[in-house]
Design a protein around this ligand. Sequence first.
Ligand code: TMP
Length: 215
Amino acid sequence: MTRGLFLTFEGPDGSGKSTQVRMLAEHLTQQGYAVLVTREPGGTDIGEQIRSVILRPENTAMAPVTEVLLYAACRAQIVQELIRPALEAGQIVLCDRFLDSSVVYQGYGRGLLDAVNGINAFATDGLAPDLTILLKIGAQAGLARIREKTRDRIESESAAWHEQVYAGYLALEQANPERIRGIDANGSVSEVHDAVLRVVSPLLDASASGAGEAL
Ligand code: TMP
């Protein structure tokens, strides 16, 4: 089976992931690679519907277990509908957040680590990223970039809660040094982009085939 490359971006809210995903996608497309850009929660039509339920600020009654299951449901759908087929077609998949987000937000943040791991093994059928870029910026600094009025249900959690989530990211980074590459996200957009390219390029060079073909 031909297999592409699965790259994910992680980081606190306000870390600039979406911008960096877009810039990397533009760069890779210009190089001739076939790139699929997607995001979690969401990405598919069904996933985007679930996303709006998860993030609606009015849904304050949502139980933590429900939250874990809804994120996992989104993930099962995106893996089956988009990510696996794209990888089988040899594409580079760039996903704005993936399982690590559930590990830190629901695992560390809500204290449901075992449940997150168990449920997501089922939801992803064992699919894991080849490389994860962690955009590192303190939780408070990230949140400060998001206007209070526009915050979703998760972004509206307390600063202390977001600090706990960020500590989860740092623990994950330490535990998975091969897969997770941390990048300082306090710099300018173009500085961060250059750092992203430095991390991603060796993977492209190491891949079996050239631009525009299956990796
Ligand atoms: P976004 O703002 O990066 O699109 O992500 C939406 C929010 O959902 C963000 O606050 C992080 C949160 N989230 C989780 O809590 N668990 C997850 O599994 C994912 C994918 C996101």
